[in-house]
Design a protein around this ligand. Structure first.
Ligand code: PRP
Length: 190
């Protein structure tokens, strides 16, 4: 007889609630609105992890008075973790932007920065395309294990030094749907 482990049983604890995430997004929206007041902004969401962040951020921005004059969103898809809970160390581009970013005010929107390789790769790639401005916004920062020095302009929340899931972040493609950030029991990875 096989043992069925429920989805909820594999979650050890909630790290940030839905409300705490919404509040961090509202603060990020205020910071971005102040920096780009009266100017157009072009968001680049990084799939798959940052599926929720740009969507929630643009809606939060729409209720901030005096924000950007225009807001557009495009998406890229990159991956370095695959199905593992450790980075492969190699960032693979799966989908590029569809719009030209030369001369635009670009903000990369990421769900998480951990070793920094993904964001450093994106910053390097997009800088070569000569945007007028290139900034980076990350909802969850894990500053403990950087292998590259990467600058982040807007940081939402600092997560603990653990493998985290939820709010877009996955383990083996599961848990992305959770509306909160969670830590899994260590036995999930064994
Ligand atoms: C995750 C996450 C970030 C990246 C951050 O992507 O969405 O893009 O890792 O990690 P790093 O700072 O250590 O490079 P992942 O490769 O898991 O792909 P996914 O977004 O499709 O889940």
């Amino acid at each position: 007889m096989s043992t069925v482990v429920s989805y909820a049983d594999s979650i050890e604890k909630t790290l940030f609630t839905r409300e705490e995430i919404a509040s961090a997004i509202a603060r990020l929206a205020s910071e971005i609105a102040a920096d780009f007041a009266g100017r157009p902004v072009f968001f680049i969401g990084v799939l798959k992890g940052a599926r929720h962040v740009p969507a929630d951020l643009v809606r939060a921005l729409s209720s901030v008075p005096g924000g950007p004059s225009e807001l557009r969103i495009d998406y890229m898809a990159v991956s370095s973790y695959g199905n593992a809970n450790r980075s492969s160390g190699e960032v693979r581009m799966l989908k590029d932007t569809t719009e030209n970013i030369a001369g635009k005010n670009v903000v990369i929107i990421e769900d998480i920065v951990d070793n920094g390789l993904t964001l450093a790769y994106l910053q390097g790639l997009l800088r070569e395309r000569e945007p007028a401005v290139l900034k980076s916004c990350v909802l969850f920062d894990k500053p403990y294990n950087r292998t590259v020095d990467v600058h982040v302009d807007y940081i939402g929340l600092t997560a603990p030094d653990a493998f985290v899931v939820g709010y877009g972040l996955d383990y083996q493609e599961a848990y992305r749907n959770l509306p909160f950030l969670a830590q899994l029991h260590s036995w999930v990875f064994s």
